[in-house]
Design a protein around this ligand. Structure first.
Ligand code: 3HC
Length: 307
């Protein structure tokens, strides 16, 4: 059955090579998913060779883990490794059909990387942004062909979460949209079409949960009490586990985007900053990814709620 809002799939561009802009954690997760599911060559790029090499090494490591778990045999693992190419040479993107960015969550940065890539790619190649809450239309505003841009928003962990939010702007063509739906299906994900509104749908909901949880702590309820109060809702992760999973800085950024767009409905991330214990742990990881934060917080706050 065709997802709501998806154009006819015959309009989709056939994707034989994928480009990923960025070689960080999120980009590496995309690259692995693309090679595993689409079995097409995937290019990753970043600012310098060291970052590219680090990204490629990380992907190889993840492939090694799948091999060790018996999820891939040696041949399949080698085939996947051979499909991953890291480069700083943007001209290598010339024959990519679908190029997705996973760079810093700032409109200017995303506009700049797309501007650079657009010089090299085919006129009808599709561009996708993994922005989590920025305006897709604004990201595409400086493109020569903004009509080829779609929002393509993954969730953490990319390999597991079944959803992709596809976002269209007033100028997105049916071909770009159809390609996005076909790619999402190829990746084994369910895709939904959302309006190009701040936070789309999922982050709009999550920013409420995370923002209110942080606010409750700010107002004096101990953090672990908030976590415990949330547990009976039966969701797989508590608010602070989610903040930990997506990375404190990303969560705060989403929060601020929502608060700027809807100041009457969302708290800014200052409530996050006021969690002194969280800040201490975050300081240790400048990248903003704070693995095991909830565990650390539990240690810091032990006794505070009489657990
Ligand atoms: N990478 C790859 N695979 C992973 C993984 C990771 N980081 N974490 C877990 N998995 C896999 C495991 O290998 C396992 O696979 P298997 O069943 O084939 O062996 C499967 O997921 C389940 O893992 P576990 O049994 O170890 O753990 P749980 O049952 O506790 O599930 C979870 C872990 C899937 C992460 C679950 O807790 C969950 O669904 N949490 C909610 C996550 C969520 O809401 N994400 C959205 C965040 S918001 C976002 O990303 C938007 C952004 O814009 C901010």
């Amino acid at each position: 059955k065709r997802p709501v809002g998806a154009p006819d799939k015959s309009l989709a561009r056939k994707v034989t090579k994928v480009g990923i802009i960025g070689a960080g954690l999120m980009a590496s997760q995309f690259a692995l998913l693309f090679v595993r599911k689409l079995q097409v060559p995937v290019l990753i790029t970043d600012l310098d060779q060291a970052r590219v090499d680090k990204g490629v090494a990380h992907i190889h490591e993840e492939i090694g883990k799948l091999e060790a778990k018996g999820r891939l045999d040696g041949d399949a693992a080698n085939r996947l490794r051979a499909l991953i190419h890291g480069t700083t040479d943007k001209s290598a993107y010339a024959d990519c059909d679908f190029v997705i960015e996973a760079v810093f969550e700032e409109v200017g940065v995303k506009q700049q990387v797309f501007g650079e890539i657009e010089k090299f790619i085919a006129e009808d190649a599709i561009l996708a942004t993994n922005t989590s809450s920025l305006s897709v239309e604004e990201i595409g505003a400086k493109l020569a062909h903004p009509e080829r841009l779609v929002g393509f928003h993954f969730f953490n962990p990319v390999a597991v979460m079944p959803l992709i939010e596809i976002v269209k702007t007033p100028s997105t063509t049916d071909a770009a949209l159809s390609t996005a739906f076909v790619v999402a299906r190829g990746l084994g994900k369910n895709a939904v079409l959302t309006a190009d509104a701040p936070g789309f749908v999922v982050n709009r909901l999550l920013a409420k949960v995370m923002g209110e949880a942080a606010r409750a702590v700010y107002e004096g309820t101990p953090l672990l009490t908030v976590e415990k109060a949330f547990a009976p809702l039966g969701l797989p992760m508590s608010p602070f586990q989610l903040i930990d999973l997506v990375g404190w800085k990303v969560a705060a950024h989403v929060q601020d985007t929502m608060a700027t767009a809807f100041p009457d409905r969302f708290y800014a991330s200052e409530n996050f900053h006021q969690l002194a214990e969280l800040d201490q742990v975050v300081e240790k990881d400048k990248g903003g990814r704070v693995t095991g934060w909830t565990k650390s917080a539990e240690k810091v706050l032990k006794g505070a709620v009489g657990t």
